[in-house]
Design a protein around this ligand. Structure first.
Ligand code: ZN
Length: 463
């Protein structure tokens, strides 16, 4: 098997790994590049291999940085099956349709405002492209190997997001394991990552490969922040991602309320997408840690807000309450309307529940900025801003190493992907000193595991 990364090498987004086995070409993950503009522009470059020449695609999980390029590949000629775990199959359309809607809106907006260089700005992909993509999605059960285009494929739970899998491939030449994103023990929703299967090569993510998570924050921390905010008689705003994070926050708040840790105030989940994702979590509750009964109660404890009228009505309610709404880093979504309504009041508390990427409003607020632009107007925020960061879905360097070591036989080689270059290089040095196995930092467009001399041989991408 020859494996070449075309993304997620020296960066955390755009996971796309070309696997050549004999004359077959598979792709593991088809992710979007996200974040700063130079990265996003890479989504518009044609894929180095004609999509029509790919025989199949296998997904690790539903997050867009692993799946959001699928509609482009399908539009540009991919005709094969797209394999994934059953929960991923059910979550994926929610994420893809939402992404298409946002891109269509942005293109229309850019067209109206005339700030695009193009006379007719177009979205990267449309809801129509997503419709065509969804028809190609196929379910592959966990731990149930299946032959796909001459390659044996199996999926293994990694505790990162509902449905998230490590992808294990076997052909005549050997075995390889793609970690996808690896989660952690102690997640509220997901069981700890399973012991990893043995493989000749492990392609390991390193998002937090040079860091240890701060473990000082617990549910008690969340209770203290919420109680202080409600004690001031104010509203608690929690920006949240719709899939996974919203459900974990709902469960956390429900548990705190059940044991008297926080008072019984109205709680709302203002995100049609999150409410849809909650339904998928309930359908696959056997994959999760809470019982069906507890998860049902927790998701019912946060009242769904669906229509824009309901959303606006919330802004007129002045009693103490907790509102969860997207987007998680304040990059858009309904949370911005609540921020306009409540953010200028000193009694309001804004809880940023997780990592805030560079360039987002969330990051600026964390850095102490209180003047932010929302819907074309400057807002002077007087609310308190708190960070609650106990819910990371990624293992840190020790957790990643533990997962790597969890197989009985070590691999012959490890390739590090899905991390900033510096973080991966530090992770490589650390693993190099601790494992008796060659560890490399993957490079874009260079086949994994080859020395620089053989990599100089041209890669035949034709067909
Ligand atoms: Zn992920």
């Amino acid at each position: 098997m020859r494996i070449t990364p075309f993304g997620a090498a020296g960066t955390v987004t755009g996971s796309r790994f070309l696997v050549q086995s004999g004359r077959r070409k598979l792709l593991v993950d088809a992710g979007l590049f996200q974040g700063v503009k130079p990265l996003r522009l890479r989504n518009w470059r044609p894929f180095p291999v004609p999509p029509s020449s790919l025989d199949a695609i296998i997904l690790t999980h539903a997050h867009l940085d692993h799946s959001g390029f699928l509609p482009v590949l399908v539009r540009d000629g991919f005709k094969g099956d797209i394999w994934m775990s059953p929960p991923t199959r059910d979550l994926l359309p929610i994420l893809l349709f939402d992404a298409a809607r946002l891109q269509e809106e942005d293109a229309r907006y850019a067209g109206r405002k005339g700030y695009s260089r193009h006379a007719n700005p177009r979205p990267l992909f449309t809801q129509d492209d997503v419709e065509h993509t969804v028809r190609r999605l196929r379910r592959l059960d966990f731990d149930s190997p299946r032959e796909v285009q001459g390659v044996r494929v199996s999926l293994h739970r990694v505790g990162h997001l509902l449905g998230a899998a490590a992808v294990h491939l076997t052909d005549d030449e050997g075995t390889v394991l793609f970690s996808g994103d690896v989660g952690r023990a102690g997640d509220l929703l997901l069981p700890a990552p399973a012991q990893r299967p043995e493989a000749d090569r492990v392609v390991l993510e390193g998002t937090y490969g040079d860091r240890s998570h701060d473990r000082s924050q617990t549910l008690q921390t969340l209770a203290e922040v919420v109680n202080a905010g409600l004690g001031r008689g104010g509203t608690i705003l929690i920006p949240t991602f719709a899939v996974g994070r919203a459900q974990a926050l709902a469960l956390a708040l429900y548990r705190l309320r059940e044991r008297g840790g926080i008072p019984d105030v109205p709680m709302y989940l203002n995100s049609p997408m999150a409410n849809e994702a909650s339904g998928v979590h309930l359908e696959h509750v056997e994959e999760l840690r809470p019982s069906r009964q507890e998860l049902t109660a927790a998701l019912e404890a946060v009242q769904p807000v669906i229509t824009t009228e309901e959303s606006r009505a919330l802004n007129r309610r002045n009693e103490p309450k907790i509102i969860l709404a997207g987007a998680g880093m304040l990059t858009g979504g309904r949370i911005l309307h609540h921020l306009e309504a409540f953010g200028t009041q000193a009694t309001t508390t804004l809880i940023l529940a997780g990592y805030q990427a560079e360039g987002t409003r969330g990051r600026r607020l964390l850095e102490g900025d209180r003047r932010i632009r929302v819907h074309g107007e400057w807002l002077e925020l007087r609310c308190r801003v708190e960070l609650f960061d106990a819910f990371s879905g990624h293992g840190d360097r020790d957790e990643l190493e533990a997962w790597l070591r969890s197989a009985a036989i070590p691999p012959l080689g490890v390739s590090l992907v899905h991390g900033e270059s510096q973080a991966l290089e530090r992770f490589r040095q650390r693993l190099d000193g601790r494992l008796q196995v060659p560890v490399e930092v993957a490079e874009d467009g260079r086949p994994l595991g080859l020395d620089p001399w053989s990599a100089a041989a041209p890669l035949d991408l034709g067909d």
